[in-house]
Ligand binder design. Structure first.
Ligand code: SF4
Ligand code: SF4
Length: 426
């Protein structure tokens, strides 16, 4: 059991003679300190929606090898996996790890208890198979461009099929094929490779192209291996650890075969998943740019003069590790390079926006109220743009800003998109 005296230990883990002590689910003291940070408790303030109640369910699954009740599973599945509870817990519960372990045990015994939404299941299968994924993207593009989308939206069909949430989440997809190499035309400082994973090229091409442009402008050639695939985070957090491992091994084989100075990612949740598997150093794009920004490179701020930016900090950067706090500082440091730009942290940044991987698809009754709170803060900030470094948050938040299904000037964007617009070099 946890010993209160260990609280005086400055280290992040409790050392024992046999090595660092990692708390088990049964070590939760039920103190309740985590409750105030839990977004699901904010939406439904009942005990079953608290982290300590979920830890109790996790304890049942892992340590008592008991199948929890349907109600306990429902509340466990309501978790957005934001891991805000970890940041305050005096027992230093590794909530994220315990949650994944418990869901994996549940999934292997009763897969139907996890993802009842057939679109989430279909999405997982498509992500695992790149050929099928690419065909699906072409179909979605045809659906969007043919005018069928606007016709279908006027009917009740999407709602009847329970697809309206997923359909609304889709941005305009891109069919552009990325090249495998984007050489810099500046004096070569090095070669990096870009992790685009499963969704970025189709759903966030703007960020991918902006990243290439900025890296080229600071003297880095960029490789984009086409054999790369999903990081596996979505599978991992849905109890599908084996599928996540297969995806991770593919990426290790692809990226470790390259001779590069760094591997760059643009989506913070993917970065967390990738963090321990590569030979070359792994960087969030904002962190890499801060580290390698040439002193002589000035930004031409004619379009953003006196504009204002609010920063949404994704849970994957805020809550997960001490290192990630530094990574998030990089976003502010990078935006500070834009002259005359007013940058502010979005109010209540410690609360999850509800995106949570596929959570916004499977649990709209939780994700939408959380998003409404965020967008209210954005409106009150009077900022022109909301920036975030996580594609999941970006899709979810942008969806809330749509009017008549048309995005309002892409108000939620990656910070690197802003930088790319202000760089005059190729
Ligand atoms: S803060 Fe930690 S120890 Fe306290 S109830 Fe929450 S999970 Fe348990
Ligand atoms: S991970 Fe987030 S949603 Fe889940 S129990 Fe912890 S604070 Fe609540």
């Amino acid at each position: 059991m946890f010993d209160w005296e260990d609280l005086n230990n400055d280290d992040t883990s409790f050392n024992t003679q046999s090595g660092p002590y990692i708390p088990e689910a049964s070590d939760c003291m039920r103190c309740g300190l985590c409750i105030s940070l839990c977004p699901t408790y904010k939406v439904s303030p009942i005990e079953a929606e608290t982290p300590r109640s979920r830890i109790r369910t996790i304890d049942k699954i892992i340590n008592e090898t008991a199948i929890p009740s349907a109600e306990e599973i429902l509340h466990l599945n309501n978790c957005t996996q934001c891991r805000a509870c970890e940041t305050i817990c005096p027992s230093q519960m590794a909530y994220g790890q315990l949650f994944d372990q418990a869901r994996e045990m549940l999934y292997s015994s009763e897969p139907s208890k996890l993802n009842s939404h057939f679109l989430a299941q279909l999405g997982f299968k498509l992500i695992e198979n790149k050929k099928l994924f690419s065909k699906a993207i072409k179909l979605i593009a045809a659906y969007q461009k043919s005018g069928l989308a606007s016709l279908v939206r006027k009917t009740a069909l999407l709602r009847l099929l329970k697809c309206d949430g997923a359909e609304a989440l889709l941005p305009e997809v891109s069919l552009e094929l990325l090249k495998e190499i984007y050489p810099t035309s500046q004096t070569l400082k090095g070669t990096v490779t870009l992790f685009t994973g499963c969704l970025s090229a189709a759903f966030d091409i703007k960020t991918v192209k902006a990243t290439i442009k900025v890296l080229n402008a600071i003297g880095y050639s960029v490789l984009i291996p086409h054999q790369q695939g999903c990081c596996g985070a979505l599978h991992q957090h849905q109890g599908q650890g084996k599928a996540a491992d297969v995806l991770a091994i593919n990426n290790m084989n692809v990226f470790n075969a390259l001779e590069v100075d760094a591997i760059i990612y643009t989506s913070s949740a993917c970065g967390l998943m990738l963090k321990e598997n590569f030979n070359a150093p792994l960087f969030d794009i904002t962190e890499f740019l801060c580290k390698h920004w040439p002193a002589e490179l000035k930004l031409n701020n004619s379009t953003l003069i006196d504009k204002s930016i609010a920063v949404h900090e994704p849970c994957s950067q805020r809550n997960v590790s001490k290192v990630s706090e530094k990574k998030h500082d990089a976003v502010y440091e990078l935006l500070a390079k834009i002259p005359s730009l007013n940058v502010q942290a979005l109010a209540d940044n410690q609360t999850c926006c509800g995106a949570g991987g596929v959570h916004c698809l499977t649990h709209p009754e939780i994700a939408e109220p959380l998003r409404t709170i965020k967008l209210k803060h954005f409106q009150e900030s009077e900022a022109d743009y909301l920036v975030t470094t996580n594609i999941g948050c970006s899709l979810h938040l942008n969806n809330g800003l749509y009017t008549d299904k048309a995005p309002t000037d892409n108000a939620v964007i990656h910070p690197v998109v802003l930088l790319a617009e202000l760089i005059n070099r190729d």
